[in-house]
Design a protein around this ligand. Structure first.
Ligand code: AMP
Length: 558
């Protein structure tokens, strides 16, 4: 197919506001695509050259694009920069400059989809010395052969800024419409193999039966099962006959594929991250005793000194990092928490019950404590035990818990209520530390169990609304003690009161009515999110009125 036909479709998609309209435009395009071009056209129509799960990236930076436009259209750097400033888009810059170049259109070679796709695909192959020049030449050559409209879309595709408003669901429905398949079958295929190019080719040649047969392929990430929110632990616990309660870690989901000596790692957005985590690859090679398998895990970054989990933002630096990986590996060690298995020794176990999948998982993993382990869990129906476990999860600095149905299968890409997350979900509150207790045991010399207070604007006093001893490392307790000790106003036995000064940002699960505290409210499962003292004084702390409002809004929701 000629590329100008695709460029025309892009233009129509850009102008078409309705989703159904977009679907129809795409369906017609797919239907009319010759079999040899179909996969390429479907990928290009979504702005891609490589399917989502692929590690390949085009790697074209704006500076390179600027130089390619200069080279292809004979304009100077200043002219390109000026035009870019005016239009804010390199696609439009290229379109306008190609329009104004004197070159006769007769001299242009007609571009085909095959040619554009093939050239773009060559971009990541250019590596090492002179690779930048080779990339530049590939793009410049395409722009030189392009019509103005084609140039616009080639540039945007190469930069990854196509933005024609074609979401995943639209492509799914367009494939279904083009080849008379059920949308649910296209969706099943997408959940198993996120590559609409390949899926369209199957839909065209084998129809619904072919789509249904698409199953797990090692080395190709499949969509992960998603969790739903539960309002509280009790509701979550009552949802299933048999449930397992696991710690919900605040890390990055990692799907591990092992195919003998080959290991691939993917994020839950299906991006390959194998290169970023040689430490995980090594752990898998040494401790997974199966020829082939797929594991579902949560990777957590661990503070080298305290052994405590670090916030996700820090770990995300490792996910994004493409160089200096050895140093990052040392600075931020990883802990892999394994919670599911989807495939073992050549066999999909998606349809098996979670309890059976866990048995399979336990058979093939050699645990390395603190590094490569199963998620911490408890199996119980007793709310008291579950609450104790939930508190423990918060105490070790994790997000909350996951309550999972032990009798459920694994449905890729679905949010069907088999997993329920329970975490402190209310908007955090900024509260003042107005008292504490001297600790016992290991905490003997530390001020722990902080009394939290909200502000009463009528009197300027602080009213007690909760006790919190969670979310701090030993070092933080030590530091807090140093900071709070000079603020002590009174001491009664182990209890102390402070001059109101320190402001904590507190997460919690719920606000309850309480007669224990003079505010009349108590926070359930409070946990320290941040010490806000550096940027907030007690006079800016949250008020009793805000607590009351949140309590009321919570009642409305339930
Ligand atoms: P959320 O992102 O809040 O919807 O929570 C779901 C995410 O929690 C999953 O995608 C995982 O990345 C993460 N997670 C942490 N611990 C677990 C666990 N034990 N089981 C399943 N997912 C977990």
């Amino acid at each position: 197919m000629d590329y100008d036909k695709l460029a025309e479709v892009y233009e129509r998609l850009e102008d078409m506001p309705s989703k159904l309209g977009k679907r129809d435009i795409l369906a017609k395009l797919f239907e009319e695509s010759p079999a040899s071009d179909l996969e390429k056209i479907v990928l290009l129509a979504t702005g891609q050259v490589f399917p989502s799960y692929s590690e390949e990236e085009l790697g074209v930076a704006e500076k390179m694009m600027r130089r390619a436009i200069e080279k292809a259209t004979g304009h100077s750097e200043t002219q390109v920069v000026e035009e870019f400033k005016r239009t804010g888009d390199f696609g439009l810059t290229a379109e306008n400059f190609v329009k104004s170049t004197k070159q006769s259109t007769l001299m242009r070679r007609k571009l085909t989809v095959d040619k554009v796709f093939g050239s773009l695909k060559e971009l990541p192959e250019a590596v090492g010395a002179g690779s930048q020049d080779r990339k530049l030449n590939i793009i410049a050559e395409l722009i030189s052969s392009a019509t103005p409209k084609e140039a616009k879309y080639i540039v945007r595709t190469a930069l990854g800024t196509l933005r024609i408003g074609v979401a995943e669901g639209i492509v799914r429905d367009a494939i279904a419409k083009a080849f008379g398949a059920e949308a649910s079958n296209v969706e099943h295929a997408w959940n198993m193999m996120p590559d609409y190019g390949h899926i369209a080719a199957i839909a065209k040649t084998k129809g619904d039966e072919g789509l249904k047969k698409i199953g797990i392929k090692l080395g190709v990430s499949l969509q992960v099962l998603l969790a739903e929110k539960a309002p509280d632990l009790k509701t979550a616990l009552e949802a299933f006959e048999r449930s397992i309660i696991e710690v919900k870690y605040d890390g990055a989901r990692v799907q591990i594929h092992k195919n003998r000596d080959k290991v691939n790692l993917f994020t839950c957005r299906l991006e390959e991250v194998t290169r970023q985590f040689p430490d995980i690859v090594k752990l898998v090679k040494e401790n997974v005793h199966a020829d082939t398998c797929i594991l579902d895990c949560e990777a957590v970054g661990v503070d080298r000194h305290t052994g405590r989990p670090v916030p996700f933002q820090q770990l995300s630096q490792r996910v994004q990092r493409k160089h200096d990986i050895e140093r990052m590996m040392e600075e931020l060690p990883i802990q892999v928490n394994i919670f599911d298995v989807l495939y073992v020794n050549g066999r999909s176990v998606l349809d098996e019950k979670l309890s059976d999948r866990r048995d399979e998982m336990e058979k093939i993993i050699k645990v390395v404590p603190g590094k490569f382990q199963f998620t911490e869990y408890v199996i119980t129906k007793d709310l008291k035990i579950a609450e104790k476990f939930y508190k423990h999860a918060l105490e070790i600095g994790e997000e909350g818990v996951m309550v999972k149905n032990l009798d459920s299968e694994y449905l890729p890409g679905r949010r069907v209520g088999y997993w329920l997350k329970v975490k402190p979900t209310m908007e955090p509150l900024d509260l003042v530390v107005i008292g504490a207790e001297w600790g016992t045991g290991k905490r003997t010399n530390w001020l722990s169990s902080y009394v939290l207070g909200c502000r009463d604007p009528a009197t300027g006093n602080f009213l007690r609304c909760g006790m919190m001893g969670t979310g701090l490392t030993d070092d933080q307790f030590r530091e807090m003690t140093k900071k709070l000790q000079p603020l002590i106003l009174e001491e009664h036995g182990r209890s102390v009161t402070f001059k109101p000064s320190t402001v904590f940002e507190i997460g919690y699960q719920e606000i309850q009515r309480s007669t224990n505290y003079d505010s009349g409210f108590a926070l359930r499962f409070p946990v320290l999110l941040r010490d806000r003292s550096a940027d907030k004084g007690p006079e800016e702390a949250d008020t009793i009125d805000r607590l009351r409002k949140l309590y009321e809004s919570q009642k409305k929701k339930s």
